[in-house]
Design a protein. Structure first.
Length: 255
């Protein structure tokens, strides 16, 4: 399949642009996912540790009313799915939050894995180097995941616009280059027909202009050689005519 220079320019620039954007988007998306996961894991464990330190005395005294108040306040925090307090025997002391989230089995979050809708973290309740239970908290990531997906979608849209802009630029560049090459081809066609007066006259400073300049010099050379040849032929014809006249005169004188 024959491709014009314009098509080659569009295809080449487009492929380079798409490859570079894919590398850039992969790097950006990987950074967003990794930084988001690290921040969520840090926030979840920080909340769990602070909650465990705050409720330690109430767990020791089994102040269930205070523990329920703590979990209610924690569950009402924006972005928190539930909060739960368990004693050292695994008995539930207090919990509050989204009923659907509370029904899920506890699975500690892993920042290396894909973000779930509910990210869970756990912290032990320590007093005098003894564990008296644990605190489990869960963060609701659905809104945050939606925001990340929106950012990625906007990035893809911008990347698509950049590809279209690059394609438009390559089309314009290809048209500009092909127009100059078409002018060179026209001059060569005229020269092939014996018309050497047409010039490319490309005054730019690039490789195409250098080729055009060489073609103009070549046509000038051919024109000069043609004019010189025609002049010499004309002179020879004049000399030949003059010789014929002299011979005719000599022939008459002999008679």
């Amino acid at each position: 399949m024959k491709l014009s220079i314009r098509e080659q320019a569009v295809l080449g620039i487009g492929l380079i642009e798409v490859f570079m954007l894919l590398v850039l988007l992969y790097s950006v998306f990987h950074f967003i996912d990794r930084s988001s996961a690290e921040e969520i894991d840090r926030r979840a464990h920080s909340i769990a540790q602070i909650f465990a330190a705050t409720t330690a005395d109430d767990v020791l005294s089994l102040d269930l009313a205070s523990l329920r108040s703590f979990v209610d306040q924690a569950a009402q925090t924006p972005g928190t799915a539930f909060a739960r307090i368990i004693d050292y025997n695994g008995h539930l002391l207090a919990e509050a939050g989204d009923p659907d989230a509370l029904m899920q089995a506890f699975q500690p979050g892993n920042e290396a894995a894909a973000l779930p809708d509910i990210y869970m973290a756990k912290a032990d309740i320590i007093k005098a180097d003894q564990s008296y239970g644990s605190v489990e908290v869960a963060l609701d990531l659905r809104n945050q995941k939606q925001e990340i997906a929106t950012i990625k979608g906007q990035s893809l849209f911008i990347a698509a616009l950049e590809v279209l802009a690059a394609a438009a630029f390559s089309i314009a560049a290809g048209y500009y280059l092909v127009r100059r090459l078409n002018k060179i081809r026209h001059v060569l066609e005229e020269a092939n027909l014996g018309h050497y007066q047409t010039k490319v006259a490309d005054n730019r400073y690039d490789e195409v202009a250098e080729v055009a300049s060489e073609i103009d010099r070549l046509t000038d050379r051919i024109t000069w050689e043609k004019e010189t040849r025609d002049r010499k032929i004309s002179e020879l014809e004049d000399i030949n005519h003059l010789l014929h006249q002299k011979l005719a005169e000599l022939h008459r004188m002999r008679r």
